[in-house]
Structures are given as C-alpha cells and as structure tokens.
Design a protein around this ligand. Sequence first.
Ligand SMILES: C[S@@+](CC[C@H](N)C(=O)[O-])C[C@H]1O[C@@H](n2cnc3c(N)ncnc32)[C@H](O)[C@@H]1O
Length: 333
Amino acid sequence: MSDEANTENHDARIVIRNLLHLEGSPYELAEDARRGLTSSPKWMPPKYFYDARGSELFERITAQPEYYQTSTELEILQRIAPLIVDRVRPTALIEFGSGSASKTRVLLDEMRRAGQLGAYGMLDVSEAASRAAAVALVATYPRLEVECVIADFEQPQPLPFPGRRRLLAFLGSTIGNFEVEAAQAFLRGPAERMRDDDAFLIGFDLVKDRETIERAYNDAAGVTEAFNRNLLMVLNRELGADFDPSAFDHKAFYNESASRIEMHLVAKRAQSVRVTDLDMTVEFAPGETLRTELSHKYTRRSVEALLEAGNLALDMWETDPDQKFALGLARRR
Ligand SMILES: C[S@@+](CC[C@H](N)C(=O)[O-])C[C@H]1O[C@@H](n2cnc3c(N)ncnc32)[C@H](O)[C@@H]1O
C-alpha cells in the first residue's frame, strides 16, 4: 500500500523484505476487490483491513474487555513458555501475522532466559506494524537479529533462518480467518519447510457459548465496528472508490453450524458505489451485506483433524481453566 512503500532501514539488526507486490503475489487488492464485490454474496479477504490504521485499530480491539482472546492466550503463553522453550530449544522464532508482536515477547523473554535467543522472523502484510514492532524489539533485546518479511502468508514463503532450530508461531487464532480448506493448505506450506526438530505453536479460539463469542466482536466502545468500516476507507484510498462508511452497519454473528463468527458490513439503504480504478459501479440493495471476515472456533478434535490435513500432528495442547482458548504445539508428521 502506498503509505507502506518505504523500506529504508537504519538499524543493521533489522532486515525488511517487502514481497507484497512481486509478480505472482496473491496480495492483489484490485483483483480481489473485483472478484469479491461482483460475487453474490459480496465479500472481501480480511488481509486488506491491515493498513497502518487497521493495525492500530486491531491493537485497540485486543485491549477491549469483551475481547477475551488476547488476555486468555497471553495467560496460557506465560504459563507454558518455559515448557515450550525447554522442549523445542529454539534459537529462532518465526511468526506468521506477527502484528505488534506484543505477546511474542513472552516467548522471546523465555528464549533469552534459556540463553538461546538469536533471531526473530516476522511475516505480516502490514509493513507499518512490522517496522514499529522490529524497532521496539531490537531496543529491548540488544543481540536479536530481526527479519521482517512483508508478504501474504497464503503464499508459501521460504522460512527465515534455515540454519537454526526454529519455533514457528501463529498466534491470536488468526488461523480461524481462513476457510477450512484454505487453513489446511496454509499449514502444508510451513509443514513442508520445517525440519523434524522445528515446532509450530498455534493459537485457537475454542467453541463456547454464543454470547461470549458474539460480545467479543461487538465491543461496547465500537472499536471492532471502526475496524470493520476501515476496509471501506482502504478501498476508497487505494482504488478510488466512494464508499460512505457511515452508510453501512457493522454486523458480527456466530454461525453455529459452521462454528464461526461472520463479520459483515450491511448497507443501510440502496446505494451505488463507484470504484474508479476498476471502472466499475457496485450496487447495494438495502440490507445487502459485504462479508469482511470469518473467524472459526475450534475443539481439540477439529484442531487434530485440521493439523492432520496440514501434515502436522499435535505434540502439546494447553487451554485456560475455562477452555476459552488453546495453544497447540505441532510437529511435522
Ligand atoms: C488477528 S491479527 C493478530 C495479530 C497478533 N498475532 C495477535 O495475536 O494479536 C492478524 C495479523 O495477521 C496479519 N495478516 C492478516 N492477513 C494476512 C496475510 N494474508 N498475510 C500476512 N499477514 C496477514 C495482520 O496484519 C495482523 O498483524
């Protein structure tokens, strides 16, 4: 994105590689918007939420009292980080969808305590978030080497630091944003590239009562709502569209039969939206929705099936006492 194009960097310990706009990258807003906005029902991939403002809004979501996912995952992580580091003995941590990397510090701290902290590879679409996180991390960990790969994790990437024993991480239940088959396909990428002694730590939001889940995506302060509408601002800025964000309602509900939250923007009235760069006009009927995100919820059994289809196997499974969230440690099969 235009506000994230500067890849200059002044700290020798930080390497930033932006692969987003290379040929063959699946990160193609124009193509995805043309496909999604002409589909019925309309939809957009969630990766386009995360411009600089979207990443900031996501950080604010994680601090909302209704959003139990972050605090619960952090609590499990604090409890089991010593066990994981002891079991895997990684000298590099590689994280998909790393964002601000704030929870990641629990793992980095533990690796440092064990005298094993060497390198951290971040893979995220948001250059703004990755850059800010990398600068803060090298200030905290003076000998840490950081490689930021700005790329779409749907495209299998070579994993950084191949000479080291690696702990891979995919936190925040971001895996739940994929459709089931896409999640399986995603996992096969790292599974193919991991060595036998590497391990993959994945956060899973668990199936639970509807009210708790729905509240997490409908916070009283309206931050998730602002995050959802930010997608329209991205389309306006990047594709010359003229969406009026206030003409859409935020809607997030739990689809129990598919075990997933669906997040939508619902047209308050009939409207025609011009998307100049696509030379296209998109019509919305009153009440018509644009689906912006899925967030699947899991059971231990569904996680085991997912990992198996991704050529991985569960080595360790930890939840909080209320079984709201789980961390699974997986190995290659
Ligand atoms: C739900 S947030 C989770 C952030 C952080 N890991 C956490 O647990 O709080 C998803 C993160 O993945 C990144 N992301 C989303 N889709 C992506 C994609 N297709 N490729 C790479 N990064 C992506 C976003 O920029 C964001 O930082």
